[in-house]
Design a protein around this ligand. Structure first.
Ligand code: FAD
Length: 404
């Protein structure tokens, strides 16, 4: 059997490895638009920070692919899929497949601000992007980071680490940072800590225009008229699945390429995994679901028995500006109207350095935030995964020092 994989990041590589582990005979070809073998995108943060070199960003050398009998085709964009003919077009050549897996991920989203394009406005998705950002940061004095989500904060931290003299301002459109992971109280604590580190945060900041002549942004203008001077801008406004290939092949797409529990698309022999896939209305855009999906899809592609994909409990464990932040499962915020059966329990340490929040539905824990501590996270993650009622543990949740 011949399997062709489009995309060589975490989803494509994990899938190729899982297929190879299960079966030595399958012919596997991986096509990637990028010119380097697999690297984990979180490492780009360390690269921008100057903590690691380019060679340390790369995860597998080319020899790993050779050793595992995987045909790696770098710099090879898949232009089209001929569904009835079961072949893909790369450059001028068609290549046949028995099973095709789309692991072609997402691209950084760049909103259409007035005054664009500008040469010093960047997004961070690829190693090439990271190199360009470093090059610009060497010469810059002031940087504006647009977007106070996880990636925006991590990018700001990387720039602050790698270029300590940079004046950094984070602009967040919403009323607080990390809208998806934090509630208002948690964000307030985080924002204070970020400010203590010297990075400015402006919330309710809706960017409207990049000001500046000759292709260079010299200031960002907000909708309310405020302007922020800058020598460079990094936009971190999320990512969008790369859908063109699937659309041209007339696969069912919505926000992503729609898949069922077998990770199969609307075409029998075409699967989709990772950031490009949409399962039960959700495009995950994170590494843990990409890993889960790729491992499950490997079995399905080979026709082996195995569980269907049923979703992943979202979990982010990270350091934001040196502060431990974990967000697991459903993290409701005050802006949403609580549904019946929902309960939120919060705990703040007396010095304000530890903040925890637990979200319960009908006494079952469905989400949690830990800020400033990692103690007890594994127990909480297990409780969320198991879906058992919290029982007597509930009493301990309001104690910030409790390990549960
Ligand atoms: C800086 C950064 C930090 C991150 N940190 C975290 C983190 O800490 N935790 C977390 O869970 N997630 C993190 N993410 C998100 C995570 O990296 C993605 O969820 C993950 O990379 C998705 O993997 P993927 O293989 O599905 O797609 P992608 O990583 O998008 O890879 C798809 C690949 O397919 C290639 N491709 C696209 N179209 C074609 C085509 N037509 N032909 C050939 N090749 C094609 C692309 O060039 C790309 O190399 C981070 C992302 C970034 C950018």
């Amino acid at each position: 059997m011949k399997v062709v994989i489009v995309g060589n990041n975490v989803a494509g590589t994990t899938l190729a490895r899982a297929i190879r582990n299960a079966n030595q005979e399958t012919k596997i070809d991986i096509y990637t638009e990028e010119s380097v073998p697999y690297y984990a995108r979180p490492k780009l943060i360390d690269f921008v920070a100057g903590n690691i070199d380019e060679k340390d960003v790369l995860f597998y050398p080319v020899e790993w692919y050779e050793k595992n009998g995987l045909g790696l085709h770098l710099g090879s964009k898949v232009e089209r899929i001929d569904v009835p003919g079961k072949k893909i077009l790369v450059g001028e050549k068609w290549h046949s497949y028995d099973k095709l897996v789309l692991a072609n991920g997402s691209s950084a989203f760049l909103p259409t601000f007035k005054g664009m394009p500008k040469d010093n406005v960047f997004t961070l998705r690829t190693l090439e992007d990271a190199k360009r950002i470093r090059e610009a940061a060497v010469k810059a004095k002031r940087v504006v980071v647009i977007g106070g989500g996880l990636l925006g904060l991590e990018t700001a931290r990387a720039l602050a680490t790698g270029f300590p003299l940079l004046d950094i301002t984070i602009l967040e459109y919403a009323e607080h940072l990390l809208m998806r992971q934090l509630d208002h109280k948690g964000a307030e604590i985080l924002q204070d800590w970020i400010a203590q580190g010297g990075t400015k945060v402006v919330t309710r900041a809706e960017t409207e225009e990049m000001l500046g002549e000759g292709g260079q942004a010299t200031a960002v203008r907000l909708k309310d008229g405020r302007t922020m001077d800058c020598d460079m801008v990094v936009v971190s406004a999320g990512a969008r699945p790369n859908l063109q290939l699937a659309k041209d092949a007339v696969l069912d797409v919505h926000r992503g390429v729609i898949v069922d529990g077998s990770l199969r698309t609307s075409e029998e022999d075409i699967y989709a995994v990772g950031d490009v896939a949409e399962f039960e209305g959700r495009v995950w855009g994170m590494i843990p679901p990409a890993l889960d999906q790729a491992r499950i899809a490997a079995n399905k592609v080979l026709g082996l028995d195995g569980p269907d994909y049923a979703g992943t409990v979202p979990s982010n464990i990270l350091k934001v500006m040196g502060i431990d932040l974990t967000s697991i499962g459903t993290v409701r915020s005050e802006h949403e109207t609580p549904d019946a059966g929902f309960e939120e329990i919060r705990a703040v340490s007396p010095d304000g350095m530890i903040y925890k929040k637990f979200v319960l539905k009908n006494d079952v824990m469905i989400g949690a935030i830990f800020l400033g501590t990692k103690k007890g996270i594994s127990k909480v993650a297990k409780m969320i995964k198991d879906g058992q009622p919290v029982g007597a543990v509930k009493e301990k949740l309001a104690d910030p020092m409790s390990e549960i």
